[in-house]
Design a protein around this ligand. Structure first.
Ligand code: AKG
Ligand code: FE2
Length: 404
C-alpha cells in the first residue's frame, strides 16, 4: 500500500489503525500484534491489556477513539486464538470488544460472534431446572396484591393523579391526545403478539439465547449511592445472582444497556412500536432494563420521547412534569444534572421542602403495557417483581406544541 492510499486488505487496515496510536505505546502494540499473528496468545492478551489500560487512563470521554478500536482489534485476536479450546473465553472477549471497543471493527466482532454462537454451548451450567423455573415464575408474580405493593412504595403513591390508561389507540389518537401536548399515557394490549411476551417467560429460553454472553450490570441500591458500582458478568451469572441475593445493597440491575444490538437473537423477539414514529421520529436508542424486584431508578429526566415497554413483571412509576424541575432540586454537577437530589423513598423535608406538596402522576405498569414518557418529564421507577422492560427513545422532527 502506497503512503496516503486507503488500506485494502485486513492486514493493511489493522496496520493503519495501529499507526493512529502515536508514541511508544503504539509501536509496542504493533510488535505484540505481530507475535499474536504467529500464534502467541500471550502477546494477544498483552495487547488487549495494554489497550484496556488506555481505556481506563482517564475519563471515558477523553479516551482516544483509536485506543477503543485497538481494544476491539485485540479482543478479536484473543477470540480467534481461543475459540477452539475455550468457547466461553472467546465469547467474552468478543462481547467485551462490542461493549468497550470502538465502532471500526464492530462488523468483524459481530461476524465472529455469529460463528461461535451458531455452535452449541451449555447455556451456563447445570442448575436445578425445576426449582429455578419455579423461583422465576414466583418472582414474576410477586406483589400482585395492591396492598402488598403499597407497603413498599414511596409515601402518597397511587393517591394522586393516575396516568391515563388507553387500550391500543391509533397512532393518530396518540399524536393528538398525548404526543403533541406532551402528556403521559399507558397504552395496553398492543404488544401481546411480540414473541418476547411468551418466550421470555421461560428462563431456560433466556439462558439458551444469552446465558454465555457478557453484559454490564449495576450493583448497589441505585446509581446515586456511593457504594454503587458496575460489573461485567455473564447473563447466567446475573440470573444466579438474582436468584441468590435479596439484599438491597447487593441488588444487581442490567440497566440501560443496548442489549439488542449485542444479542441479535433477543432483538427478534421485540418490535419497534408504531408510536415511536410520531413526529417524524428517529429512533435514538433501545435499551434493556432487567432485574429483580426492588430495583430503583431514582428521579431523573431524559432528553427524548420514550415508550417504556413492560415485557415481564410490573413496575411502579412516578412522573413529574418538566415545569416543576426547580422544585425537584436537580444535582448541580453536570454529570448528574438530570437527576434529583431528593430520595423519594425517604424524603428529607427539611432539606427539600418543596417536594412534598408537588402534584405528580403515577401508575403501576403491568406486563404488556407501554408507557409514554414525554421528553424532560421526571420519572422514578421501582420494580415490584422480577421485571424486564425495554425503552425506546426517539427524537421527533415535528415539535410538540408545549402544554397545549
Ligand atoms: O425502568 C427503569 O428502571 C428506568 C427506565 C428509564 O429511566 C427510562 O426508560 O428512561
Ligand atoms: Fe429515564
Amino acid at each position: 500500500m502506497a503512503a496516503g492510499e486507503p488500506p485494502e486488505t485486513e492486514a493493511e487496515r489493522r496496520a493503519a489503525l495501529l499507526r493512529e496510536i502515536t508514541g511508544e505505546g503504539g509501536f509496542a502494540f504493533v510488535a505484540s500484534e505481530e507475535k499474536a499473528a504467529g500464534g502467541d496468545s500471550r502477546a494477544a492478551e498483552a495487547a488487549r491489556e495494554m489497550a484496556w489500560e488506555q481505556l481506563h487512563s482517564g475519563p471515558w470521554s477523553e479516551v482516544g477513539p483509536a485506543w477503543r478500536d485497538a481494544y476491539a482489534l485485540a479482543c478479536l485476536h484473543v477470540a480467534r486464538l481461543r475459540q477452539a479450546a475455550d468457547r466461553p473465553a472467546a465469547l467474552r472477549a468478543l462481547d467485551m470488544g462490542l461493549i468497550m471497543g470502538g465502532n471500526l471493527l464492530r462488523a468483524d466482532l459481530e461476524a465472529a460472534l455469529a460463528r461461535i454462537v451458531a455452535e452449541p454451548g451449555d447455556g451456563g451450567g447445570e442448575d436445578d431446572v425445576g426449582e429455578e423455573s419455579r423461583w422465576w415464575r414466583e418472582g414474576l408474580d410477586r406483589n400482585r396484591d395492591i396492598a402488598d405493593a403499597l407497603n413498599i412504595l414511596p409515601a402518597k403513591s397511587l393517591s394522586c393523579k393516575k396516568v391515563e390508561r388507553r387500550s391500543c389507540i391509533s397512532l393518530e389518537e396518540f399524536m393528538c391526545g398525548y404526543f403533541l401536548c406532551e402528556s403521559p399515557v399507558i397504552i395496553s394490549g398492543c404488544i401481546d403478539h411480540w414473541p418476547a411476551r411468551t418466550k421470555w417467560k421461560d428462563i431456560q429460553y433466556l439462558k439458551k439465547m444469552a446465558g454465555d454472553r457478557t453484559v454490564p450490570v449495576e450493583v448497589g441500591k441505585n446509581y446515586v449511592c456511593s457504594e454503587w458500582k458496575q460489573e461485567l458478568i455473564t447473563f447466567s451469572q446475573f440470573l444466579e445472582r438474582m436468584w441468590s441475593t435479596g439484599c438491597p445493597s447487593n441488588l444487581t440491575y442490567l440497566a440501560q444497556h443496548p442489549l439488542f444490538e449485542q444479542i441479535k437473537e433477543l432483538h427478534e423477539d421485540i418490535m419497534v412500536p408504531d408510536y415511536c414514529y410520531a413526529g417524524g421520529g428517529e429512533l435514538q436508542s433501545l435499551n434493556a432494563w432487567f432485574g429483580p424486584h426492588g430495583t430503583v431508578t431514582p428521579l431523573h429526566h431524559d432528553p427524548h420521547h420514550n415508550i417504556l415497554a413492560q415485557i415481564l413483571g410490573r413496575k411502579y412509576i412516578r412522573l413529574y412534569p418538566a415545569s416543576v424541575s426547580e422544585d425537584l432540586y436537580p444535582h448541580t454537577e453536570t454529570m448528574l444534572s438530570n437527576t434529583s437530589q431528593v430520595d423519594l423513598d425517604n424524603i428529607d423535608v427539611k432539606e427539600f421542602p418543596k417536594v412534598e406538596n408537588l402534584d405528580f402522576m403515577d401508575c403501576i405498569l403491568e406486563e404488556g403495557d407501554l408507557l409514554y414518557i414525554p421528553p424532560k418529564w421526571w420519572h422514578y421507577v421501582r420494580s415490584l417483581s422480577i421485571s424486564f422492560s425495554v425503552s425506546f427513545w426517539w427524537r421527533a422532527t415535528v415539535l410538540p406544541s408545549k402544554g397545549s
